[in-house]
Design a protein around this ligand. Structure first.
Ligand code: EPU
Length: 417
């Protein structure tokens, strides 16, 4: 069975280069379906999810080729409307082809993603927004089918600033007739990058990165070459790992402003943080201080960094309260942390964490990408050997995970027997 063997405790020390953003790459790849010419995306991380999105696009009829850190997508030929269950079930982000397919073909048939290890994850906000733009949806046999002769501009007020819904609506609106507005839009940096990419291809999107986005439809998009922004979740994961292991790590090729709140929380916990141009250094001496935090949409504390932060707080001097407001099942991995000696009690969407001096290595199972990475960080902090099973989740989202950690002094081995 494939697993990571982590020998601890170890203080991470050294330099870790940051890759292009997974959640940016996936959306830019989906958005390439809108462009009937060649698209080149640079700084694409070599991770499973990116290859899965490549497969989705190929099944839809696009030509996809991966180069050294790039992906070239040619969606100029005839496209199919169907994204099958076998791919959507492997990667929820496949749902992001809905907006582009409706805009380009006027129809789409996409398997309903269902829930996953972090929550129930409905897509009602995606569908309601696209319905306001004239799409009609039916749902049968596990598929959602949409038709729209030509999507038309609309004013959409989102009930919640959903990242995926905001992106599907932007992609639906770029070729629609007239001016679409999205109010209470998600503000994540990946949304700004999606808009920058589409604008470079000829779209007219304003306000991305603010809660109010306006999109003036254009007739057609043209060829584009665009580098992806640095991965703020990968950056935050290693920044927290540096502090949790009481180490000293410099992250390069990143944007500290994309994860400012996590950095402030690390300072509150006692870390020294130096922000530079495209880099950040995190140092921690001694035990972290306890603190409280709540996850929220950007620029709030990201839900994707809640798991590694729990590992840090599990060793804090005092008790902390973490409130999860975005995904209801994101505390499920706490039982695995408690197998490592942590004292965490979950009540609804709050977790009460009583700090202990040292975690104790144990076999654990990664339930999803972020909790998986957090369990490895737990292993780095723990006394003895930790074995993290189901490593496939981690490989979905972290490029060269083992190499980057070992390059900073960790002792992580991939075992496969
Ligand atoms: N929601 C609805 N209805 C919808 C859409 C969302 O109720 O139609 C709810 C969700 O159930 C959830 C909340 O709104 O409770 C937030 O969901 P959102 O749509 O904002 O998230 P997402 O687009 O499904 C992306 C990232 C996640 C990240 C979240 C929040 C991608 C591919 N995924 O998901 O990343 O946690 O935004 O920032 O971009 C990861 O990378 O491991 C990951 C899970």
């Amino acid at each position: 069975m494939r697993r990571y063997a982590v020998d601890g405790p170890v203080a991470l020390e050294g330099t870790i280069p940051i890759s292009g953003a997974k959640n940016g790459a996936l959306k830019l790849m989906a958005a390439s379906l809108l462009v009937p010419e060649e698209v080149v995306i640079e700084r694409v991380p070599n991770i499973t999810d990116v290859h899965l999105m490549g497969e989705v696009l190929e099944r839809l009829g696009a030509k996809v080729s991966f180069g050294d850190g790039t992906v070239t997508i040619d969606a100029s030929g005839d496209l199919s409307e169907e994204t099958p269950y076998d791919l959507v079930t492997k990667m929820r982000a496949s749902i992001q082809v809905l907006g582009p397919l409706l805009a380009r073909l006027g129809r789409a048939r996409v398997a309903m993603p269902g829930g996953d290890a972090i929550g129930s994850r409905p897509i009602d906000l995606h569908l309601q927004g696209l319905e306001r733009m004239g799409a009609k949806f039916t749902s049968q046999h596990g598929y959602v089918e949409g038709v729209a002769h030509r999507l038309r501009a609309a004013d959409v007020l989102l009930e919640f600033p959903s990242v995926g819904a905001t992106e599907n609506l932007i992609m639906g609106a770029v070729l629609a007739e007239g001016r679409t507005t999205i109010e209470n839009a998600a503000r994540e940096p990946e949304i700004q990058d999606l808009a920058a990419f589409l604008n470079a291809a000829g779209a007219r999107i304003e306000g991305a990165g603010t809660p109010f986005i306006s999109i003036e439809g254009v007739r057609e998009l043209g060829p584009v070459r665009h580098p992806i922004i640095p991965d703020r979740v990968e950056s935050g994961s290693y920044a927290i790992a540096a502090a949790a292991t009481r180490g000293d790590v410099r992250l390069t090729d990143t944007r500290p402003e994309f994860f400012e709140l996590p950095l402030q929380k690390l300072e509150q916990a006692g870390a020294e943080v130096d922000r530079g141009d495209g880099e950040v250094r995190v140092r921690m001496k001694g035990r972290p201080q306890s603190l409280d935090l709540s996850t929220l949409p950007f620029p709030g504390f990201p839900t994707d960094l809640q798991p590694p932060m729990m590992v840090l707080l599990a060793q804090a001097d005092g008790s902390s309260i973490v409130t999860e407001n975005v995904f209801e099942a994101r505390f499920l991995f706490v039982d695995e942390l408690n197998r490592m000696g942590c004292q965490i009690r979950v009540e609804g969407h709050h977790a009460v964490i009583r700090g202990i001096d040292r975690l104790s290595g144990a076999p654990v199972r990664a339930p999803d990408i972020r909790a998986g990475a957090a369990l490895v960080v737990g292993g780095l902090c723990a006394e003895g050997r930790t074995e993290v099973y189901d490593t496939g989740h981690i490989e979905r989202g972290y490029e060269s995970f083992v190499e980057k950690l070992n390059g900073a002094g960790a002792n992580v081995a991939l075992l496969d027997d």
